[in-house]
Write a protein that binds this ligand. Structure first.
Ligand SMILES: [Zn+2]
Length: 556
């Protein structure tokens, strides 16, 4: 039996380690381990989006949790800074592997539990903290406290993490609201050893802009509209959506919300008291259609041209009840997330072709970012005054620039990337003790089953070039084919052509068996020889590289 006095005593650690599993050298998939002895806590557990066409539209990435088991780490739990998908999207997949508590405030908890309905079994792991007065979290020897930071979603928090003698501040995603002072000064302990600092907007010079700075422009667009107004933005930015609603009401328009995510985020935000959703706001499409065109603002999903979003479907005439027409005023109170520019551009073209006036980030100042700009990030270094700055969130160039600015302002800094184990001992400069190879985990078509990176590449290749399987039945005594090879293929050439190709391949294989077979063949090698021969032939013929399998079966 251990006495209370002993329990309250701090366990001392000679060193702590920091291991990012995502979000450092990339945008998204934010996830980091902080380790002391065998124990570790996880900060954020996000998903990442591919942003290139090697992947299908619904694919997304999650962190490689296998490393936790491989290193024998005892994961105590996870703490979430806020409810953006690049911070919470990986939680259901984490919980498939680890039965640990995941702490977060009300908003992300409601977003997540709604999103993970089909993972209902994991709801018991979600520990919800009151966002107004979040209790300090105790996980083993770790204590984690949340402090408020301004961002583009309700209840964004920075974390003060104490372990033994060490104190770390993780900013989460944050910005400085002009005129509202520092989110850190007076709210954090004085001796911060390590500042893990959001670098998303480090390339943008100057100070962050306030939400208020764009409201006049939005009001102007709504006021000048003669027909319907159709607006879109980030559904999780409920303050922005709330502002668009209020401006529309002031201008004498009824507001309708269309699309799943805009409805669910607004519902949750109003339930928790973050916004007041006026009773007049319509969510029912048939009622929306009864409002005169110059008296309605529709707020819809689709700022990123997501395939199933309302804006995208409207641009393709796929919405039965609402179609875009001459006289509509459309605005995007959002930025184009890198990787989506092409599809957003194409969608805007379509909207304009249908006769709508479209306003977006390149035409009007109607969006402000939720991340601190360069001068504010430097201000955060000064306000927190840490012994070391370790930049987080962003491409390698963002982290490097952030570190350079820290050094320029007399702060020591260390740049680490996903997989780097940063070792920190008191009185010593932190150093990377090892770099672990992390694998890319892809979740495909919304399925919880993981498929690996190779599998995705193979699927893409099949889609581009087709596949062919060649089956040969062989008598292992005489080393002869017992029948003509069987060929199954798809996507290589049209029906008439593929018949001819298959005949030629059969001849090639028969020639091979007549002329090339050794006396004591190694059948695995024969399979590989034939596979390469067939693929070579198909590549010559079609200029593509189909997936080819060659299989030898023994009939005895
Ligand atoms: Zn965020």
């Amino acid at each position: 039996m251990i006495g209370n006095a002993v329990l309250s005593e701090k366990t001392m650690f000679e060193q702590i380690e920091i291991l990012p599993l995502g979000g450092l050298k990339e945008i998204g998939k934010n996830c980091m381990l902080i380790k002391a002895g065998e124990d570790a806590i996880m900060i954020d557990c996000g998903m990442g989006f591919p942003g290139n066409d090697d992947f299908m539209e619904d694919d997304f990435f999650i962190p490689d949790f296998d490393i936790i088991e491989e290193l024998g780490i005892n994961l105590l739990g996870c703490v979430i800074t806020h409810g953006h998908e690049d911070h919470i999207g990986g939680v259901p997949y984490l919980l498939q592997q680890f039965d640990v508590p995941v702490y977060m405030t009300n908003f992300p908890a409601l977003v997540l539990t709604e999103r993970i309905d089909r993972f209902a079994v994991y709801k018991k792991n979600i520990r919800t903290l009151n966002y107004k007065h979040p209790e300090p979290i105790k996980l083993g020897d770790f204590t984690i406290e949340m402090i408020d930071v301004p961002h583009s979603i309700p209840e964004a928090k920075a974390l003060v993490i104490k372990i033994g003698d060490f104190t770390i501040l993780h900013t989460g995603d944050f910005k400085y609201e002009p005129g509202k002072g520092s989110p850190f000064t007076g709210k954090i302990p004085e001796n911060i050893d390590i500042l893990l600092s959001d670098s998303t907007n480090i390339e943008r010079q100057g100070h962050s802009e306030s939400e208020e700075s764009i409201l006049g422009n939005i009001a102007g667009i709504i006021e000048n509209a003669t027909g319907r107004v159709i607006a879109t933005g980030f559904s999780s930015n409920t303050t922005r959506i709330g502002n668009i609603i209020n401006i529309s009401l002031l201008k004498g328009r009824t507001v309708g919300l269309l699309g799943r995510s805009v409805n669910s985020y607004m519902q949750i935000a109003s339930e928790l008291g973050h916004i007041k959703l006026p009773a007049s706001v319509l969510t029912d499409q048939t009622k929306i259609n009864h409002v005169p065109e110059n008296k309605i603002t529709l707020i819809v999903t689709g700022s990123q041209a997501e395939p199933r979003s309302v804006m995208k479907r409207m641009s393709l005439d796929m919405m039965k009840s609402v179609s875009i027409r001459y006289g509509d005023t459309i605005f995007f109170s959002s930025k184009n997330i890198p990787g989506n520019e092409l599809s957003i551009g194409r969608m805007i073209d379509k909207l304009i072709e249908k006769g709508a006036d479209v306003y977006y980030e390149n035409t009007d100042k109607i969006h402000v970012s939720g991340h601190a700009f360069q001068d504010d990030i430097v201000q955060a270094f000064k306000d927190v005054h840490p012994r070391y700055v370790v930049p987080v969130h962003g491409h390698r160039r963002f982290l490097d620039l952030s570190a350079r600015l820290a050094e320029k302002n007399d702060f020591s800094s260390v740049v680490i990337s996903d997989g780097d184990m940063l070792c920190f001992k008191k009185g010593r400069r932190p150093f990377i003790s090892h770099t672990f190879e992390l694998s890319t985990k892809v979740v495909s078509n919304g399925e919880s089953d993981l498929i690996d990176f190779e599998n995705i590449k193979e699927r893409k290749r099949i889609a581009k070039a087709g596949f062919m399987t060649v089956m040969m039945t062989v008598d292992f005594f005489s080393n002869e084919l017992l029948a003509a090879p069987r060929i199954i293929s798809a996507g290589i050439a049209n029906a008439a052509k593929i018949k001819k190709i298959e005949r030629e391949i059969k001849d090639m294989i028969e020639d091979y068996f007549n002329d090339e077979i050794a006396d004591e063949p190694i059948w695995k090698d024969v399979e590989e020889d034939i596979r390469i021969m067939v693929r070579h032939y198909l590549t010559e013929l079609t200029d593509k590289k189909p997936i080819v399998h060659a299989i030898i079966v023994n009939l005895d």
